[in-house]
Design a protein around this ligand. Structure first.
Ligand code: ZN
Ligand code: ZN
Length: 146
């Protein structure tokens, strides 16, 4: 397979290439995403974890989500940039932080989750499906396989 897209942290110590097009892309306004984002939410692109090749050593922070599933957030230990995460309840998938992509226009959001936790000033995009929390079945259940 050929590289579909690439990304890196701010300092360049951690970079990656992905041999798959971004799948479902979603905005998440959960509190944990907000705290790690610098603003009101994170945008994630779902890809098969097997398509991800990481160069460098991300630091991982594990914390249980609402569902009880442990989310493993990978970030650069030097500059702090978020890179990607995995969810132990959704094996085989990785969630690329769109902020780390070299070309963020390659991943256009298609849905919003945890809209109920958005700050009052956040501009939640209502032009695509919006869920107050997480849709049952996870993000990939909402849209056809891409
Ligand atoms: Zn870095
Ligand atoms: Zn979130």
């Amino acid at each position: 397979m050929t590289t579909a897209f690439t990304g890196r942290c701010l300092c360049g110590a951690v970079s990656y290439s992905v041999e798959a097009e971004p799948g479902v892309v979603g905005d998440c306004y959960c509190t944990d995403c907000r705290r790690t984002s610098g603003t009101s939410h994170c945008t994630h692109a779902v890809i098969p974890e097997s398509a991800l090749t990481v160069t460098g050593e991300p630091t991982f922070y594990e914390r249980a989500a609402d569902s009880g599933n442990v989310v493993r957030r990978g970030f650069c230990g030097r500059c702090g940039s978020a890179i990607y995460s995995t969810n132990l309840g959704m094996p085989g998938m990785a969630f690329i932080r769109v902020s780390s992509m070299d070309d963020p226009d390659r991943a256009v959001p298609q849905m919003t989750v945890y809209a109920s936790r958005a700050p009052s000033w956040a501009q939640v995009n209502r032009s695509y499906p919006v869920f107050e929390t997480m849709p049952q079945g996870g993000p990939e259940s909402v849209l056809p396989e891409t």
